[in-house]
Design a protein around this ligand. Structure first.
Ligand code: IMP
Length: 177
């Protein structure tokens, strides 16, 4: 058990399980090898996931980063701010978005609208974690590392008010904490 600010978190997904689901995802992505895909990492939370996934890809790929923010503490604000915009030219490119977690889908909707305006060949979405019962949108997600229940999680790049990012495994908020 760990304490971050005023909240208690308990172990949820081990480092080994995270790596196994990333390896599975990377092998599914092998179908993209002839496309020289352009990966877009959604900062901040996705940087561990992106780094580990990239090490498992058996083909060349480009990478760039955008920074979006929708969460304050343990809740979605319903609004998404673009803090760092996309610099790369993705017109006619196969684009794969790397998200740490898809929750309500509000961020994903914003990502689709930003990227579609740049006329890529195709957009695919890969998320390490997905909360199906919180998802409110009708948007395609092409690769899912693991589905989880509607709980707040930290670790492996994900934070609670900037704490918990450095943890190598994923923890979930303990009930009533
Ligand atoms: P959405 O817009 O509600 O789908 O939320 C997506 C973003 O909110 C993610 O990219 C995370 O940055 C953040 N987020 C959602 N759920 C969690 C969580 O359980 N822990 C930490 N961050 C989260």
């Amino acid at each position: 058990m760990i304490k971050l600010h005023n909240k208690i978190f308990e172990p949820y997904i081990s480092a080994e399980e995270i790596q196994k689901s990333i390896a599975k995802m990377a092998s599914k992505m092998y179908d993209l090898k002839n496309d020289f895909p352009h990966f877009i990492v959604v900062l901040n939370g996705s940087f561990f996931f992106a780094a580990d996934l990239f090490k498992q890809l058996d083909f060349d790929a480009e990478i760039s980063f955008i920074k979006l923010q929708s969460y304050e503490g343990t809740n979605s604000t319903g609004k998404v701010n673009e803090l760092i915009g996309l610099q790369a030219n993705i017109t006619n490119r196969m684009v794969v978005v790397l998200e740490d977690i898809v929750d309500t889908g509000i961020t994903l909707e914003k990502i689709y609208s930003i990227l579609e305006s740049k006329k890529p060949k195709q957009i695919q979405i890969a998320t390490l974690l997905f909360k199906p019962s919180a998802f409110q949108k009708n948007l395609d997600i092409h690769y899912i590392g693991k589905e989880i229940t509607n709980e707040f999680v930290v670790g492996y790049g994900l934070d609670y008010k900037e704490l918990g990012r450095t943890l190598p495994q994923i923890y979930k908020l303990k009930n009533n904490s």
